[in-house]
Write a protein that binds this ligand. Structure first.
Ligand code: ADP
Length: 407
């Protein structure tokens, strides 16, 4: 039996050693015992040799993949973090540690507790307790020395990702320093504000003198036509300038409502009248349906007119020739609701919220406007404590709806 039992015991001990040494082959087993034992030992030696080579190859591949990923992640200027379902740090590049003020990463670190910058703590807490797949947030971080009035702005983007070892998903967080981007945006807005503001004076004078001239030359039909075109364009340009200035003021919280009694039907009819010639030019069937009875409420009539003008303007702009655009309003319990409907291209469902953000335009409409109109409408409606939204199906048209509380 010794011819079989001893070699078997050696093979068994060798298997244990092989596993505990992490598949590293230290030496081959010498053949001994019966012929069958010798065959077994040589088969075992071949098996361990192959396993060891296979394991070493995979290990070097994993190390290489990790080195590649690290080289990428450490080269980009953004902070990158991976955390598990409980906020424990799985991976972080050096930039992220510096941004968050984490001195040294180790496995015991959990967000947001280990983050020394308070502003980040608040945002990270919200992100890590959220069940949303995709999140975006902005963080303004003051200079650590409060005597400096310097603030750095960061954008945090987060997405959930599945972890093979855990039931709940983890999160990847990308932190980007957007301080310079914000400064450029603010400078651009100040410049935009100054120019638009200064354009108001000459424009008022063009409009004023054109109306005066219209009185003297009304005998000539050609001159009359030209003057009417000048007047129409100057009114449109004035509206666009008002929208830009209103957007800036609304954003800064500097616009106060000038409340008066507004007749909803009259408001719709006024906007309809101004846009009728434009609709006729595009052969669009345009109508303003009067409400069955008078609807009166407290609102800022000039601002409300700009909201309906923008929505009607968009409907006429995006609806192709021969389409239909309708504007109407309705009294509902506690609110008045306005509807601007068109038979244009419609808006995809995933963009129906986004278009109310500043500078957001559908890809196919880039450069057809500023992308400010709907943002201004949203802020102006919200200042009235109302709501604005769109119902649309692609290819069939859009229905913009906004409601203003009447109580
Ligand atoms: P602008 O019209 O100046 O681009 P807006 O803020 O008014 O900016 O509109 C944002 C975007 O929303 C438009 O560029 C367009 O892509 C989309 N949009 C707005 N109204 C309509 C509409 N009635 N039909 C189709 N798309 C629209």
């Amino acid at each position: 039996m010794a011819g079989m039992a001893r070699p078997m015991a050696k093979v068994s001990a060798s298997v244990k050693r092989f596993i505990t040494s992490d598949y590293k082959l230290e030496s081959v087993l010498p053949k001994e015992g019966w012929r069958e034992s010798e065959d077994l030992i040589s088969a075992f030696n071949r098996l361990t040799l192959e396993l060891s080579a296979y394991h070493a190859f995979h290990l070097s591949q994993i190390v290489e993949e990790r080195a590649k990923a690290e080289a990428l992640v450490e080269t980009i200027p953004d902070g990158v973090l991976l955390v598990d379902d409980r906020g424990r740090l799985i991976y972080s590049n050096k930039v992220a540690l510096k941004m968050l003020g984490i001195p040294k990463p180790d496995t015991s670190i959990a967000l947001p507790g280990s983050v020394s910058r308070e502003a980040f703590q608040v945002v990270l807490k919200d992100i890590l307790t959220s069940q949303e797949d995709f999140l975006k947030a902005e963080v303004a971080v003051p200079h650590p020395d409060e005597t400096y009035a310097i603030v750095r702005n960061f954008r945090v983007i987060s997405r959930r990702f599945p972890l093979a070892t855990l039931k709940a998903p983890g999160r990847v967080l990308i932190i980007r320093d957007v301080t310079v981007e914000k400064e450029i945006e603010s400078a651009r807005e100040t410049f935009f504000h100054m120019i638009t503001h200064d354009m108001r004076v000459p424009l008022t004078s063009i409009h004023g003198y054109a109306s005066l001239l219209a009185r003297f030359v009304s005998a000539s039909p050609e001159a009359d036509k030209c003057l009417r075109a000048i007047l129409r364009s100057s009114v449109r340009l004035k509206g666009m300038i008002e929208d830009i200035l209103n957007t800036i003021k609304l954003e800064r919280g500097a616009l106060k409502l000038r409340l008066d009694t507004v007749d909803a039907g009259v408001l719709c009819a006024q906007v309809f009248e101004i846009h009728e010639p434009l609709a006729a030019l595009k052969s669009i069937k345009f109508s303003a349906v009067p409400p069955p009875s008078k609807i009166e409420f407290q609102g800022d009539s000039l601002l409300l007119e700009r909201i309906i003008t923008n929505l009607v303007g968009n409907a006429l702009k995006f609806t192709p020739r021969g389409g239909v655009v309708t504007v109407h309003c309705r009294q509902e319990p506690g609110e008045v609701v306005f509807f601007i409907e068109d038979t244009g291209p419609g808006i995809p469902e995933d963009k129906q919220k986004e278009i109310f953000a500043k500078y957001t335009q559908l890809e196919e409409h880039k450069y057809l406007g500023f992308g400010l109109g709907l943002a201004m409408c949203r802020m102006a409606v919200e200042l009235h404590k109302g709501r604005i939204w769109v119902q649309s199906s692609e290819g069939k048209g859009s229905k913009f709806i906004f409601s203003i509380p009447t109580k």
